[in-house]
Design a protein around this ligand. Structure first.
Ligand code: SF4
Ligand code: SF4
Length: 469
């Protein structure tokens, strides 16, 4: 009968993808064999038996990052306040009040504040993430920590190596997570190991936003777990592979990648690069525009979770002050505590003297103008609208002058973070609009990014033109 046919067809339609996807996908097939294709962030979920949940869990399939809106309530007990978005033009409160803004920074259990790791060698920064993870393990509040570690080092050697997830059960293993390089890494690849080990009942998962979104979606299926803590990092513009990150150092910064122990895009508008015996800074403006395309993964161009909305506590640096001539491994970072579990993790690290807390974060300066200026001169945006992308950057002296001027007159502290969030939201919205079209783009983004896009459409005709291009 017709109804039988409909039933058979709809059954087949639903069951085929599930069967086909229940087998873990071989990482060698990345990205083409992964469901999110070129936008796959290699989070690791599809390399496990949990691949059967991919349709609902992947940050880049279906409603994608728009799921954050609903998931916040499940994870933190409430959604973020969307009515407190700070615009410097309209700012009537004191600058420190900005540390309580939820619309951009996500659910806050307390104002964003500064922090440093205490006496942690060989970290990328001062070791805030490693300090919290170590404190949780050493105080016996968790049985294991999932973190990304360099595979072929175990005692402070920060040379380039492929970054792989590990289930760390000892302090020595957690320490292998220091100073990993900014390239996509499959944090969730160890999910089956967790599921099959009954000795792990209390877990700390460390990860970036896209991996945490997938983790939160399957967390309740990890049936052995009684307690789960999630420690996140702010994250933007990761390289697709370790090789691409090395190429950025070689072709972009013009240094020998084999000597580099860490690098970061900093608030003084310069890339900071650490080697064993030097600390080099290069103004952003001296980098060739063409290096952006190979250095930034496609997933990160479709990402709207810079602030890691679903972690219990988040470590970042864009909202922290940077003193003149300061190094990344001597500077404060920011702590965003989203709920009681996050507060407990921070307190544990403070009690164990591994973490030093600073002041509540503050910010000043207008961030909107710079966000618009960055978008209109951005290499990725230029290639979307078929403009020429510069093959060489500014001369060194001119780049230094620009960086100096921006530092004097541009946004600082939390307002630098606002600039960076807004810029990435706008650039990435243009990317998904260009790649997926209006309907999918608009159903893919979380609510807070809608407010940002709408605001800039209203205040800036150039951005409005780019959107309609
Ligand atoms: Fe699978 Fe993660 Fe890639 Fe999505 S991002 S396709 S869940 S590996
Ligand atoms: Fe994932 Fe977004 Fe970070 Fe890219 S920028 S690794 S997509 S959280």
């Amino acid at each position: 009968t017709l109804s039988t046919l409909v039933f058979v067809n709809s059954f087949s339609f639903r069951s085929i993808p599930t069967r086909a996807l229940s087998k873990p996908i071989d990482p060698a097939g990345w990205p083409d064999r992964f469901p999110a294709k070129e936008h796959c962030s290699k989070c690791g979920l599809c390399e496990t038996s949990f691949v059967s949940n991919v349709t609902d869990a992947c940050a880049f399939l279906g409603p994608g990052m728009a799921r954050i809106d609903e998931m916040e309530s499940i994870v933190h007990g409430r959604r973020r306040n969307l009515d407190d978005m700070v615009w410097s033009k309209k700012m009537s409160r004191s600058s420190s009040a900005g540390a309580e803004e939820e619309a951009r920074f996500g659910v806050l259990q307390q104002p964003i504040r500064l922090a440093k790791g205490n006496d942690m060698d060989n970290a990328q920064w001062t070791g805030v993430v490693t300090s919290i993870a170590l404190a949780m393990l050493e105080s016996d509040q968790v049985d294991a920590v999932i973190c990304i570690a360099n595979t072929d080092r175990d005692n402070g050697d920060t040379s380039w190596a492929s970054s792989e997830p590990i289930v760390a059960r000892t302090a020595q293993e957690v320490l292998r997570g220091r100073g990993v390089k900014p390239a996509l890494a499959p944090s969730l690849r160890v999910l089956d190991e967790i599921q099959n080990d009954p000795s792990i009942r209390r877990l700390l998962f460390c990860g970036v936003g896209c991996a945490i979104q997938a983790f939160r979606a399957i967390q309740s299926d990890l049936t052995n777990l009684e307690q789960v803590y999630v420690l996140g990092t702010n994250c933007a513009d990761n390289s697709p592979t370790v090789e691409a990150a090395q190429n950025f150092i070689k072709e972009g910064v013009k240094m020998d990648a084999s000597t580099v122990k860490g690098y970061e895009f900093m608030q003084d508008f310069k890339v900071h690069v650490k080697t064993a015996d030097s600390y080099v800074t290069k103004p952003y403006f001296t980098l060739p525009g063409t290096i952006a395309d190979s250095s930034i993964a496609m997933s990160c161009r479709a990402c709207f979770d810079y602030t890691n909305a679903l972690a219990d506590v988040v470590v970042g640096y864009m909202g922290a002050p940077l003193e003149a001539d300061a190094r990344m491994d001597g500077s404060f970072q920011t702590l965003t505590v989203r709920n009681e579990r996050g507060a407990q993790m921070v307190q544990t690290a403070v009690d164990s003297s591994r973490l030093i807390l600073g002041e509540v974060a503050t910010g000043k300066g207008s961030h909107e103008q710079l966000a618009v200026a960055t978008i209109t001169s951005d290499a990725l945006v230029a290639s979307m609208v078929n403009q020429t992308v510069p093959k060489v950057g500014m001369p060194g002296w001119m780049g230094e002058l620009m960086a100096f001027g921006m530092r004097q007159f541009g946004p600082k502290g939390l307002n630098f973070a606002r600039y960076s969030i807004d810029y990435h939201v706008l650039r990435n919205y243009l990317h998904i609009l260009d790649t997926w079209g209006q309907e999918r783009a608009d159903s893919f983004i979380p609510q807070y990014t809608r407010y940002i896009v709408d605001y800039y459409k209203e205040i800036d005709t150039e951005f409005a033109t780019l959107i309609s291009a």
